[in-house]
Design a binder for this molecule. Structure first.
Ligand code: UD1
Ligand code: CA
Length: 449
């Protein structure tokens, strides 16, 4: 089945009380519109069109990042959902197949639900749900699965308002038919808007079939306020936790682990309490993430152990069996197999060879105030505690840096580098000093009496 996707994202979202366009507010560290696009993308659509309006420039930029192949169109004035779809039609020129219309602010529609809609054989299919509180949703006037029309709350009669089967907003329709129907819409209704929902009655009038497919109300949850955003985040997190556990991940206290939309975690990974995953984290099987870690943009290979209290930032690439201990920060650095970084360390812009040991308090001094520079360390090296590696600098394989060294020059393989002042011992001087200080203290106390 050839599919095209239209994502409506032109609305203002006044109730968010925000300078940020509604669809760019985030859950799971990803904009709402990214969630809708991800669900739609799972159907492998031939074309994706996003309709922007409020904050079009910002939304367009964000969409281009999330989905570089999406076509972005502008709806200059928000004259209704039907008008929004009309703006997308030119981008569908020459497309023959089924068009799915989604909202950019409803992040929970499951791919399976969209598949069901796409596979429905009716000419127009609408995703409906039984609402616990139908409120101001559009009502579906249907006989069984056969849909007669959709009536907006504002335009509904008392009797129609009693209907609890509501419109989610998601619609599937043959492309050519959709274009005909949408171009024929009028705005003579309570809102003065071009309602997409009116295409049902119009389709029926020309002898086309219309059907309802239903889903759980939770899937159709739209976000209009900050409170709903927070609820959506909670719902998203509980789904991700459940999914992770189903996929064989152990979490000691799941309710304290936070996922991003694209977090990938392999089987038999163990995650301690209070762990946060930002965007783009992938973890291979059998790794361990101890309590209080923050990870984003990183890859962790099989059997690695991280934390407690570690921070992995974008570009951290950890090979198998790497050990990262407490208060370690890693950014844009590739760590070879079995590398150990036990405590209190910053590794930024670095390449670390296999089985190298990084002592406590090591810092890659990667930034000179203007440019970033790389630190390269060979395999089986030993970096003594409190080594400052002033980049760009290379430490050869099997080399050792003495504790407290400031390494400003390359270290040859298997060499020892001593980059600190030579130690001098003054016999008896400490005692002499303390005797003098204690005598002074006794003198002052006597004076105060
Ligand atoms: C719409 C439906 C209603 C349904 C409800 C579900 C219509 C006429 N009504 O109502 O039946 O129960 O959604 O939430 O379709 N948008 C644009 N351009 C516009 C107007 C809207 O892009 O000119 C986008 C919005 O950004 C939003 C979506 O379309 O993502 C829905 O718009 P909204 O104003 O929330 O529609 P409702 O009045 O809630
Ligand atoms: Ca709405």
């Amino acid at each position: 089945m050839t599919i095209a996707l239209i994502v409506l994202a032109a609305g203002q979202g006044t109730r968010m009380n925000s300078d940020l366009p509604k669809v760019l507010h985030q859950i799971g560290a990803a904009p709402l519109v990214a969630h809708a696009l991800a669900a739609g993308r799972s159907l492998e659509p031939e074309r994706v069109v996003v309709v922007t309006g409020h904050g079009a420039e910002q939304v367009g930029k964000a969409v281009a990042k999330i989905d570089p192949e999406a076509q972005i169109v502008l709806q200059e004035e928000q004259l209704g959902t039907g008008h929004a779809v009309q703006q997308a039609l030119p981008a569908l020129e020459g497309f023959a197949g089924r068009v799915l219309v989604l909202y950019g602010d409803t992040p929970f529609i499951r791919p399976e639900t969209l598949e069901g809609l796409a596979e429905s054989t009716a000419d127009v299919t609408v995703l409906g749900f039984e609402a616990a509180d139908p409120g101001r949703y559009g009502r579906l006037v249907a006989k069984g699965a056969a849909l007669e029309r959709i009536v907006e709350f504002k335009d509904a009669t008392e009797d129609e308002r009693k209907i609890t089967l509501c419109n989610s907003g998601v619609i599937a329709c043959d492309a050519a038919l959709l274009a005909d129907l949408v171009n024929g819409l009028r705005n003579e209704n309570a809102s003065g808007e071009y309602y997409l929902t009116d295409i049902i009655e119009a389709a029926r009038a020309i002898g086309k079939s219309a059907e309802v497919v239903t889903c759980d109300e939770a899937e159709t949850l739209g976000i209009n306020t900050r409170a709903e955003l927070a609820q959506a985040e909670a719902l998203f997190q509980s789904r991700m936790r459940a999914e992770a556990m189903e996929n064989g991940v152990t979490m000691i206290d799941p309710s304290t682990v936070y996922f991003a939309l694209d977090t990938y975690i392999g089987r038999d990974v163990v995650i301690g309490p209070n762990v946060v995953f930002g965007p783009a984290v992938t973890i291979e099987s059998s790794a361990r993430i101890e309590a209080f870690c923050h990870l984003e943009g990183c890859h962790i290979s099989r059997g690695a152990t991280i934390g407690p209290f570690a921070r992995l930032r974008p570009g951290a690439e950890l090979s198998e069996d790497v050990h990262i201990g407490n208060f370690v920060e890693v950014k844009n650095a590739i760590l070879g197999e079995g590398v150990k970084v036990g405590h209190l360390t910053y590794l930024g812009d670095a390449d670390i060879g296999e089985h190298t040991n990084i002592g406590a308090g090591t810092v890659t001094c990667n930034y000179d105030g203007v440019f970033k520079h790389r630190t390269t360390i060979g395999a089986n090296a030993f970096i003594g505690s409190d080594t400052m590696l002033v980049a760009p600098v290379t430490v050869g394989a099997g080399a050792l840096t003495a504790s407290g060294s400031v390494i400003t020059e390359d270290v040859p393989p298997e060499a020892v580098a001593l980059g600190r002042a030579k130690q001098v011992n003054k016999p008896g001087l400490a005692k002499k000093l303390f005797d003098k200080l204690r005598a002074e203290k006794a003198r002052r106390m006597k004076k105060d009496q």
